[in-house]
Each structure stands twice: as C-alpha cells, then as structure tokens.
Design a protein around this ligand. Structure first.
Ligand SMILES: [Zn+2]
Length: 485
C-alpha cells in the first residue's frame, strides 16, 4: 500500500483537472480513516476516492475526484469517476451507516436525491460482486448515497464498477495459456505509463493453416467492466462448443482484455494516466503520453488483423441500449464492401438494429481501415444492467454472427486492399447504404424516439431497478482470486 500525500479536494479541484502537459495524474489517494472500531480505506490498486470524513457515528462522506477526461476533451463523452473503498467493522457491535459519495464541488447539504438504476457493487472478498440496493443519486449520477449495515467482524468493498486488478489480467491469461499450451500463447505488447504490462492472449487452433486474424480489445475506459466480456469470450472459444470450434477454424484470435491498466488503477474512467482517451484520441506514435495505443498499433502493424472488435460497456448510463458505432462500407476497398455489409447487418441484428454512426476520425479502427482495410466493429457497447448472462450471450452471439456472415466469402485477407477507396461501385454502394440503413435508421429514430430517458428513471419514487439478483443472490461478476489491492 502506498501512502501518498492527500490533496484537499475542496481546495485543489483545479490541480486534479490539470492538462496533460503537467505530467501524469497521481491523485489516487491512499487513505485510511478509523472511527468507533470502523475502518474505511480507499487504498487500492483499483479505483479512486480521496477524502473520507465521518460527519458523526452514522454518517460517512467520501469525496471522489472528477475524471480528467472531462477536462481534457471538449466533449467528455459522459465519463464518470470509478471509485472503490472498503469498510471493516473490527468491533463487537453492529454499525448502521448512511454513506454519501460526493464530487469535490458538491455542497454537503444536498436535498435532491432520486432513486436510481445506476448500479453500485459490493463484495465481501473482492472476488464475487453483488448489486447494492436502495441507492439514490443526484441528477446525472454526480453523487450517490445509500444505507449500509455492517455486522461485527464484517468487511465490505464498495465500487461503482467491478474492480479488476491489472495484475489479475496477467495471471489469468498466463494460467489459461499454460492450461492450453497447444492453442494459446501469452504475450505482453508493451507497458503503460505507470509501467503495467499490457497482456495479450493469442488463440490459434491450427497455426499451420492461414486464417483471418481477429483482434479483440477492451478495458479502455475503466468504469466500464468490459474486460469481463473478453474473459467470457476466451472461456467460450476454449470450450467444447461446436460453434467455438468452427469459429477457431476460420479465425485466429488476439485478445487484449485491458489496454488501459492505469485507468483501472487511478480510477480515471475515460483516459490513461496522462489524461489521453485511447478510444477518441488514438495515438499511433506517442510512446511518452500514450504508450498503450502506441503498443497496440505496433502489434497491429506486425500482425495486421482482418477483423477488430472493440468492446465497451454502459454501466451507469442506464438509458442507453447495447449498440455499436457503425461506419460506412465505403471506407473499405471495393472487394470487401459486400462482406463488410453482411457482417455489419449480422451484428446489428444481434443488437436489435441499435447503432450510432461513428464520426471519430482518430480511432484505432479508422487507422486500421485506412492501412489494412480491416473489418471493424468499434464502440461495441454491452449494457451491463441487462445482467451478466445476457451480456455474455450477446457477445458470444456477436462473434458467431460475424463468423456466419464472413464464412461463405473468400478469406478476408484475400479481399482486403489498400488502394484508393474511390471505385466504380462507390455511388451504387452509397445509395444502397442510404436506402437500406441510414434512411430507415433516421425514420425509426423520428417515429420511435428512445422509450425512456435517464431523468424519468431517476425520478421514480418506487425502486424499479432491473433486479436480476433479488431472488437468487448470485454475484453479478466473479473476477479474481480476491487480489484487488
Ligand atoms: Zn467506453
């Protein structure tokens, strides 16, 4: 545990919103406060939380710093901080607490609390995580509060995402590759700003056969526990499932479960420790401020992928559906457009047609398309509130549908080309795309606007959380051997 000097968040708000020219963020404050046999700690290798204060024996307040991405980019894209703390009752009597998690600038006397579906998680051991109930939030999920009873001897971890220790990712992938040495191999593609390794698992059931290469990456935004989805996919690919075997006949896989370990450590949900958002601001050559994306780009140059899936997860953005960021088939070479269209539509069917048209010019997928004509599925968001079973099924079905849509075509590596995207069939493809996707998408959006907005959910007096655990208290996620510190 590293004890660092505490910043007074009320006074030094600007310091933690500093721009990247000032260097790396170091505001994960390791802090321990003891009151009446209760110990509260925020000293973990996962998540933020830096000012602990007992107002009295029953009221605990923790301040959490804002995400630096919110200060570094014009549009912070809705990132929230990722906090994590634990409470331990070392006494022999029960404690009943009201806990508030506040932003540095929030005044202490808030009176506008709403019931919310945004999930907070708790765990006794850091391994199995459950939903907390009776959580209230202020508008936009800036602040949270909830009651908590802690029994004598009990210890409980609380977080607004599933804390996944970067060192667990490494251990987990090494253990998988040693259990499956004939088809798996463990690689480290580089290191983060803080010196954390960037693990990659290669899965190839037959290395003698030339296959299309499928690159999957997650763990970009630390408050989105999409790293779990890569674990689910790896388990499935290595299972006896008939489809998994077929998929492995067509593709070899490179899986990066956590490209932004520093974000998980510092709680900087939207960015790395220099404040760089690796998704919206992918830097191919910036080994100082963005060694994570630079390492991924180098790997891709040495092992060009034919397909890429970039996984994210909505967690507190409960009003957003599972969806992905669709891109025009015109961004592909002419030979690849037909199969790109089929694959796109197949993935959209899994997502009930939900997609945003991607406008990001600096993303990994844009660069891959330009240089390698890669089939890309960027910004693929699971909706975590749908529950782990539904999320797991969706991500597996998505891989299956990409397989089905591409398997009857020539291998993708033989169709890809780096030539000019302007070709004889561009106009007809453009028209085809407008008529069959963009226009119907616009019409649907006008006729059937999203059925609920976040404020309406938050205003519900009655607790209407999507309870997938209420009657059967299974964990939302099991992530590690408890090594989250
Ligand atoms: Zn994200």
């Amino acid at each position: 545990m590293t004890e660092t000097k505490s910043i007074d968040p009320d006074k030094n708000n600007c310091a933690i919103m500093s721009d990247e020219s000032k260097g790396i963020y170091s505001w994960t404050q390791s802090k321990t406060v003891i009151k009446d046999s209760l110990t509260v700690r925020t000293a973990f290798k996962t998540g933020a939380g830096n000012k602990i204060r007992f107002l009295d024996s029953n009221n605990l307040q923790i301040r959490v710093p804002p995400d630096p991405a919110a200060g570094n980019y014009k549009d912070p894209k809705g990132y929230d901080y990722f906090f994590h703390f634990d409470l331990e009752n070392k006494g022999d009597k029960l404690h009943e607490l009201n806990i508030e998690l506040l932003r540095p600038t929030t005044k202490s006397d808030i009176n506008t609390w709403f019931s919310t579906q945004a999930p907070l998680f708790c765990s006794d051991d850091g391994k199995d995580w459950y939903l907390l109930s009776n959580v209230k939030a202020t508008k936009g999920h800036r602040d949270y509060k909830f009651p908590l009873t802690i029994l004598p001897g009990q210890k409980i971890h609380i977080a607004n995402s599933i804390p996944i220790n970067p060192s667990y990712v490494k251990e987990h992938l090494i253990s998988i590759s040693s259990l499956n040495p004939s088809i798996c191999s463990y690689h480290e593609i580089g290191t983060s700003v803080l010196g954390e390794p960037l693990p990659l698992l290669q899965i190839n059931s037959n290395s003698a056969k030339k296959k299309d290469r499928f690159l999957i990456w997650a763990g970009i935004h630390a408050s989105e526990p999409d790293t779990l989805a890569t674990f689910w996919l790896i388990d499935w690919l290595l299972s006896d499932d008939e489809y998994a075997r077929k998929v492995l006949e067509k593709f070899s896989f490179d899986v990066v479960p956590m490209i932004n370990p520093d974000g998980f450590i510092l709680g900087t949900s939207g960015c790395n420790s220099y404040g760089v958002n690796i998704f919206w601001d992918f830097r191919k050559e910036d080994n100082l401020k963005s060694p994570e994306s630079t390492a991924l780009w180098k790997w891709a140059q040495e092992n060009p992928p034919q397909v890429v899936l970039d996984i994210h997860a909505y967690i507190y953005q409960v009003h957003k559906p599972a969806r992905y960021y669709i891109e025009t088939v015109l961004s592909h070479g002419s030979k690849l457009r037909k199969v790109a269209w089929s694959a796109q539509q197949a993935v959209l069917r899994q997502l009930n047609g939900q997609a945003l048209v991607n406008d990001c010019k600096n993303s990994f997928s844009t660069y891959l398309k330009k240089d390698y004509d890669t089939l890309t599925f960027p910004g693929y968001h699971l909706r975590f509130l749908d529950g782990p079973t539904a999320c797991k099924q969706l991500i597996i079905e998505t891989i299956k549908s990409i397989y089905l849509a591409t398997t009857n075509h020539k291998p993708l590596y033989s169709l890809a080309n780096n030539n000019s995207r302007k070709s004889y069939n561009s106009i007809s493809w453009r028209l085809f795309e407008i008529l069959n996707d963009r226009a119907p998408r616009q019409i649907r959006k006008r006729l059937f606007p999203p059925s609920f907005d976040q404020r309406k959910i938050d205003d519900l007096e009655e607790w209407k959380r999507y309870i997938y655990l209420s009657e059967n208290p299974l964990p939302v996620a099991t992530v590690s051997s408890g090594k989250i510190f």
